[in-house]
Design a protein around this ligand. Structure first.
Ligand SMILES: Nc1ncnc2c1ncn2[C@@H]1O[C@H](COP(=O)(O)OP(=O)(O)OP(=O)(O)O)[C@@H](O)[C@H]1O
Ligand SMILES: [Mg+2]
Length: 312
């Protein structure tokens, strides 16, 4: 049986390559392409699979790229369920600039989904039996999908006793918090956009997370702070952890690895402190890997003992 269900409304085939210097007009001769299945929820499912959690990735897929996406997931051994759509699944393109060490990330809007198509995704989500009673939805929404789709998903899953963890931004995040979700994982920028508050001190960040929890908008707020680590707040307590200092090959997928490892721990009944530690270790492991490769299990296990979690 599926332990954790992941939902990705706007998946992608992620293409990653590198070039000496990104500059205009000239042909940029690139290195070999690395191709991975991608989109927030799909990445979370890839991380869960590496941590021996039975994840099922649910996503809409169409066209030739949709077929490629299915095959890529299969090749990684991640169980998937594709909901057929008429449009063409998108590709995302990341170029590593060797001169500056920076990644240039080109992100297409994705195919237009009809009402029947996005509703079919919701229908499919509620038919999956989920052992841990945890589902995670992550990523942006493609054209045609209303901003309240995650709010609807949270309500539909709740009727099955399944709790929704959410990693998204903007109006889709705001609408879902109106409906109420189990867990949110905003980055600092996303929380700032949501609350409109200045979040320049630990006290202000804690207060912003607490206000979401106390308003009943989410039971758990896992605020990721990039190089500063993360903060996790529930009604019962709050914990913080510094990030690990590791050489950064790429920050792509750090948030997805963080969330995957955190939920893997929760699905195994670990406490929030342990879950936070695992999120920090997995996100640090993701930084070691270039592009969309995400965290590797061996790096995660090696880094985990280095994480220090502090109750607040
Ligand atoms: N430069 C860094 N150094 C060390 N750890 C980092 C760094 N960037 C990210 N991390 C780790 O990855 C986690 C998630 O990163 P971040 O807060 O940037 O979220 P994100 O979801 O990847 O960001 P966004 O969605 O805004 O692009 C952090 O909590 C931290 O543990
Ligand atoms: Mg993120």
């Amino acid at each position: 049986m599926t332990d954790i269900l992941t939902i990705t409304m706007n998946p992608a085939v992620d293409v990653f390559t590198s070039t000496a210097n990104v500059r205009p007009t000239h042909k940029l001769r690139c290195g070999p392409a690395l191709v991975h299945p991608g989109g927030g929820g799909i990445n979370v499912a890839r991380v869960l699979a590496r941590l021996d959690v039975q994840a099922l990735a649910l996503y809409p897929a169409g066209g030739l790229t949709g077929g490629v996406l299915r095959k890529l997931l299969e090749a990684e051994g991640v169980p998937g369920r594709a909901v057929a759509i008429a449009g063409e699944t998108r590709e995302s393109f990341t170029v590593h600039d060797e001169g500056s060490g920076q990644d240039y990330r080109f992100v297409l809007p994705g195919p237009h989904l009809t009402g029947a198509e996005w509703q079919a995704c919701l229908e499919a989500a509620v038919t999956v039996p989920v052992a841990s009673r945890l589902a995670v939805a992550s990523g942006s929404l493609p054209p045609g999908v209303p901003d309240d789709v995650y709010a609807r998903l949270a309500r539909r899953l709740a009727t099955q006793g399944v709790r929704l963890a959410l990693d998204t931004s903007g109006p889709a995040l705001a609408a879902a918090l109106e409906a109420g979700v189990y867990l949110v994982k905003p980055s600092l920028r996303e929380l700032g956009d949501l609350t409109g508050a200045v979040l320049d001190t630990p006290a202000r960040r804690l207060a912003a997370c607490r206000s979401i929890v106390h308003a009943g908008r989410a039971e758990v707020v896992a605020l990721s702070l990039g190089a500063e680590g993360a903060l996790l707040v529930t009604r019962e307590g709050a914990w913080q952890a510094a990030a690990l200092a590791v050489p950064v090959a790429s920050t792509v997928g750090a948030g997805d690895s963080f969330l995957g490892a955190l939920l893997a721990a929760r699905s195994r009944g670990m406490g929030f402190d342990e879950a936070l530690a695992r999120g920090i270790a997995a996100s640090a492991a993701a930084l070691l890997a270039s592009g969309t490769a995400l965290c590797q299990r061996a790096d995660f296990e090696r880094l985990l003992p280095q994480v220090r979690v502090q109750p607040l």
